[in-house]
Write a protein that binds this ligand. Structure first.
Ligand code: HEC
Ligand code: HEC
Ligand code: HEC
Ligand code: HEC
Length: 200
């Protein structure tokens, strides 16, 4: 049997070997702030009203679907009580996987695909009418997911496939429906719900 004092001594030793204290909250760590923050500017027709295009896409309805007949049925089969509140569904049916109060019910919003926006959402941190390349690089350093070039395509493939996978409770049983829901690389590269910037 170990003596109490030995246990205490080894506990003290372990403590001195651990890195100092409980980790401080990470400052400058990007978090999800919600579609409304992007809408403020991105509903403007002068830059292409990306918000309107998104609103009309299935991604904007992704949270609502959880409370509709089909959603309730799928949840029942998966043994999930309240799909609209359960992380088992919110993981892919809203921004931030349901872990952030501000985005819990918005569906697959801007930041689900563009990255948590707390640090880049201000104009000067992600956009510029004169120097796009450098403002884009700044945005990516502040949490925006890449969309340009080869990195952009690779990141997009991972992004879409993270949710559009067969490993989900709502994966259909019928072969025909499975086929319909396939998202081949061609469809990912040639993104179906385009919402281009209007540039002068
Ligand atoms: C203060 C206004 C404003 C807000 C708020 C804002 N944006 Fe923007 N954003 C713009 C403008 C203006 C442009 C386009 C500039 C241009 O034409 O080059 C832009 C460009 C972008 C681009 C394209 C960047 C590039 O170089 O390809 C993305 C992606 C983007 N915004 C996403 C978002 C997201 C997501 C949010 C919310 C988290 C957001 N924006 C919030 C004004 C804003
Ligand atoms: C955070 C998870 C998530 C990400 C990331 C995501 N999707 Fe989706 N997507 C969904 C959900 C959930 C739905 C179903 C929405 C609904 O109808 O309720 C959906 C619906 C769709 C649909 C409509 C399918 C149909 O049956 O009509 C297409 C097409 C699609 N997504 C393409 C994409 C592409 C391309 C990407 C990558 C650029 C992408 N999605 C990224 C979760 C996601
Ligand atoms: C791994 C990601 C993921 C998880 C977890 C997930 N879903 Fe889905 N869900 C999707 C995607 C992607 C689609 C769109 C598929 C398509 O149509 O191509 C979808 C579509 C749906 C649809 C729309 C079907 C239709 O055509 O009307 C419902 C309803 C749904 N899911 C319910 C649920 C429920 C309930 C849960 C939790 C028990 C859940 N999902 C968990 C990714 C996910
Ligand atoms: C399902 C994923 C998804 C969602 C949701 C989404 N985007 Fe995008 N967005 C993309 C992808 C992928 C691209 C790159 C498209 C391309 O290069 O063709 C893009 C491009 C953009 C661009 C640049 C377009 C250009 O011409 O360079 C802006 C601006 C933008 N998104 C803003 C938004 C805003 C604002 C929202 C929310 C209202 C939003 N996006 C929602 C995936 C998404």
């Amino acid at each position: 049997m170990l003596k109490k004092s030995t246990v205490a001594a080894s506990a003290a030793l372990i403590l001195t070997l651990l890195p100092a204290g409980p980790a401080e909250p990470r400052r400058n760590f990007p978090s999800f702030i919600g579609v409304a923050a992007c809408k403020k500017c991105h509903e403007s027709d002068s830059i292409g009203n990306q918000h309107k295009i998104w609103s009309a896409s299935p991604h904007a309805r992704a949270h609502q679907s959880l409370s509709q007949e089909k959603g309730i049925e799928i949840a029942r089969k998966a043994g999930v009580e309240d799909a609209s509140q359960s992380l088992a569904c919110l993981k892919c049916h809203t921004t931030g996987g349901g872990k952030t109060e501000a985005t819990k019910t918005e569906g697959v919003g801007c930041e689900a695909c563009h990255g948590p926006g707390s640090l880049y959402h201000e104009f000067s941190n992600h956009a510029s009418f004169e120097a796009r390349e450098s403002s884009y690089r700044k945005a990516v350093s502040l949490g925006m997911y890449p969309i340009l070039g080869y990195d952009g395509i690779k990141a997009r493939e991972r992004l879409c496939r993270y949710c559009h996978t067969a490993e989900r409770p709502c994966y259909p049983e019928s072969t025909e429906e499975r086929k319909r829901q396939q998202l081949p690389l061609g469809l990912i590269a040639d993104f179906v719900f385009k919402h281009p910037l209007r540039r002068r």
